[in-house]
Design a protein around this ligand. Structure first.
Ligand SMILES: [Zn+2]
Length: 261
């Protein structure tokens, strides 16, 4: 199974109840994805914890501007939430506002009017969630960039079409790993071999051929010999081989196609 993609990992980390049994199964088996998931969970736990702001000094206006810019947040949250809190503070003699409770849902839906309105966007749960999600994605991007090797690069691909007496079709592609090694990934929609399937790379005039190996199911990945010039062997062939101990091509081909980059 391939690794979980960034979106899937983010959803799993954000929502405990996210219904993705295959993804959670993969996390149990794959140390790489599990490490990414753990990093994301730490971030989620951090942003979900309601901060105790009673002992904190108020940062300058540049701090929120920086966060806003870094996360690419929208115009609706441009206002510095802590500056608004200062503006909300009661003037001497005013009755203290009883409904200003951080994160209380009483202000949900209230739209700030002018500078003195109570109920800034940060008091709406949805805004916290959106900000938390944005923070998770930013952290994820960093984790992903630093932890992941370069993804395999596709060098060439071929459509495989059936030959006489057969109907199996599929595709093949050559991918290069980060270390430069190449492999051929073959997949057919069915296994039509009476004996067993063997995968070959063949010269255009069928005069020379290289066996890449046996394919016991409808798909397989095969190492391409280092130094093999694919332009000399561009034809991907899947043959039906009898169990006769003869290593040569049986001359019964099931499907075939030519690699193009
Ligand atoms: Zn994985």
């Amino acid at each position: 199974m391939p690794h979980l993609d960034p979106e899937e990992l983010s959803l799993l980390a954000l929502y405990d109840e996210w219904d993705d049994p295959a993804g959670r199964e993969h996390l149990l088996d794959c140390p790489e994805c599990a490490a990414d998931y753990a990093a994301l969970r730490r971030t989620v736990e951090a942003v979900r914890t309601t901060p105790d702001t009673s002992h904190l000094s108020v940062p300058g206006p540049g701090v929120w501007a920086g966060i806003h810019r870094e996360l690419g947040l929208g115009e609706s949250v441009l206002e510095d939430p802590l500056a608004a809190t200062a503006a909300d503070a009661p003037a001497p003699g005013d009755v203290p506002p009883s409904n200003v409770v951080p994160l209380a849902p009483t202000n949900r839906g209230a739209r700030p009017k002018g500078g003195g309105a109570r109920g800034g966007w940060w008091q709406r749960p949805g805004a916290w969630l959106a900000t938390a999600a944005a923070a998770v994605l930013v952290v994820f991007g960093a984790v992903w960039t630093f932890n992941r090797p370069p993804q395999p690069q596709e060098l060439a691909a071929a459509q495989l079409t059936p030959l006489a007496q057969h109907s199996a079709a599929g595709s093949a592609k050559v991918v290069a790993a980060a270390d430069g090694s190449r492999s051929l990934e073959v997949s057919l929609d069915k296994d039509e071999a009476k004996g067993y399937q063997e995968v070959w790379l063949i010269a255009p005039d069928l005069s020379k051929l290289v066996s890449l190996g046996v394919m016991n199911s409808t798909s397989g990945t095969f190492q391409v010999p280092a130094g093999l010039d694919l332009s000399q062997y561009p034809v991907v062939d899947v043959s039906d081989e009898p169990m006769d101990g003869n290593p040569a091509h049986s001359s019964v081909s099931i499907a075939r196609g030519t690699l193009a980059s």
